[in-house]
Ligand binder design. Structure first.
Ligand code: ATP
Length: 436
């Protein structure tokens, strides 16, 4: 099964999806660069999330907060506090971390979760440090954000006021996060620089459980709607001793990767921890008044916390298939996620009348706003199909001699390999219908 991941890593590099970071210098652990097809693809993943959150769902606002924040933000969040910098030992296999002193007390030397080998104890503060300003001393120390969430909390009041938002409402954002992961690995599954797609839903305490259930189901539906196989997805509730100290409830959405079942998204009921902590640390009162009872309360937060890279990896793995009969690799990506929506070929490259006609169709489709369209006139038709199947292009269009006579072209479907003739003037509607 690991083999499948290796094949995907190779395909991703060969076809311009994902490259190892700083590769000509020997690479850099946990860092990857997205190539031309990868940018399109990952943007489609992010766009699908944005459409879901800010268009389909109701009352959710989008934010784009900075990567750099006041250092106190990370003190309030608990990321730099004693609890987070206690010596921990991490399991090399399942990445669970344990307080070294607790393990020592009980004389445990293997991972209590999976029996894996534990790393030496060390102080963990996963935040990546940096300095702002000309002098590099303790007062200029700050961090690259370790999660996008905190930018939402510090803007809670700004959004509520400027948008006249009323509880319940949500705030979401997509952006980079940085973590000095001890064991980056499994390709883009665990990186040191990655992108998150997080949403925080602010509710009255009594509503938190209801929305926790709501968001769990909505988020699962999102992966299913984009074609991920049902049997490869599951919920995993966090055990009591696994819950963050502030969390009231948490479930992960897990995917069965070639390296086992692992988290792809967390849905958490964070209680009133975040807004109460930021009120305390900033001095700004972020509490609300219940209009019925007149009582003050801190909104509870139900969070949906996904990773753009991790979701993209799930889509790639889930879509990857090998057709044994004609030895082709097919990336059965949902058309909405595919980098190219279509590819146009002239049947033969040495017949100018075919090339010119195909070129016309290509340029026409490019203008239609359907999404990127590829052009290919190399090699034979079979090779071109193979080449497009491998990157997940859902439809390939060929101009042949009949096209010159009746203005119809053949459209081939990636998954069924069935071909049909379509009138050139009808192509736009044809694809619009398919992409709906
Ligand atoms: P893990 O247990 O895998 O380290 P986590 O529980 O620390 O993850 P969260 O802090 O809840 O993860 O982050 C939310 C989401 O952000 C994760 O579900 C994942 O999709 C993504 N994510 C977190 N860390 C990374 C990383 N190092 N590389 C890529 N994506 C990540």
């Amino acid at each position: 099964m690991e083999n499948k991941l290796e094949k995907i890593v190779a395909l991703a590099k060969r076809r311009g999806f994902i490259f190892p970071g700083s590769e000509i210098y020997g690479g850099i652990s946990g860092i990857y660069d997205y190539g031309p097809l990868g940018v399109e693809f990952k943007n489609n993943v992010k766009q699908a999330w944005r459409k879901e959150m800010f268009r389909r769902q109701d009352n959710i606002f989008e934010l784009d907060s900075s990567i750099l924040m006041q250092r106190q933000v990370w003190e309030a969040s608990g990321h730099t506090s004693a609890g987070f910098t206690d010596p921990l030992r991490e399991c090399k296999k399942c990445h669970h971390r344990y307080r070294a002193d607790h393990l020592a007390e009980e004389g445990i030397d293997k991972c209590p979760n999976c029996g894996g080998e534990l790393m030496e104890a060390r102080k963990f503060n996963l935040l990546v440090e940096t300095h702002l300003g000309p002098v590099k001393d303790d007062s200029s120390l700050t961090y690259l954000r370790g999660e996008t969430t905190q930018g939402i909390y510090v803007n809670y009041k700004n959004i509520k006021t400027s948008m006249s938002a009323e509880i319940p409402f949500g705030v979401g954002q997509i952006g980079k996060a940085f973590r000095n992961e001890i064991t980056p690995g499994h390709f883009t599954y665990r990186m040191r620089e990655f992108e998150q797609m997080e949403q925080q839903y602010f509710v009255k305490p009594a509503q938190a459980e209801k929305y926790f259930e709501y968001w769990k189901n909505e988020r699962m539906k999102w992966y299913l709607g984009l074609g991920v196989k049902k049997e490869k997805l599951r919920f995993r509730p966090h055990a009591k001793d696994e819950l963050a100290h502030y969390a009231k409830g948490a479930e992960d959405i897990e995917y069965e990767f070639p390296f086992g079942w692992h988290e792809i998204e967390g849905v958490h009921n964070r209680g009133d921890w975040d807004l109460s902590r930021h009120s305390k640390f900033s001095g700004e009162d972020l509490s609300e008044v219940d209009e019925k009872t007149g009582e003050r309360f801190y909104p509870y937060i139900v969070e949906t916390s996904a990773g753009a890279d991790r979701a993209a990896l799930v889509f790639l793995i889930d879509a990857y298939s090998e057709d044994k009969n004609n030895e082709r690799i097919v990336l059965k990506l949902h058309p909405k996620l595919a980098s190219y929506k279509a590819a146009v070929f002239p049947l033969l490259r040495n017949k100018p009348e075919l090339v010119n006609k195909a070129r016309e169709v290509y340029l026409m489709l490019k203008k239609q706003n359907l999404g990127p369209v590829a052009w290919d006139d190399r090699g034979n038709i079979g090779k071109r199909y193979y080449s497009q199947d491998e990157i997940g292009t859902p439809w390939t269009i060929t101009c042949d001699f009949q096209t010159l006579e009746d203005d119809t072209i053949t459209v081939r479907d990636r998954d069924t390999t069935k071909q049909e003739r379509v009138k050139i003037q009808e192509l736009k509607n044809y694809f619009e219908d398919k992409l709906k």
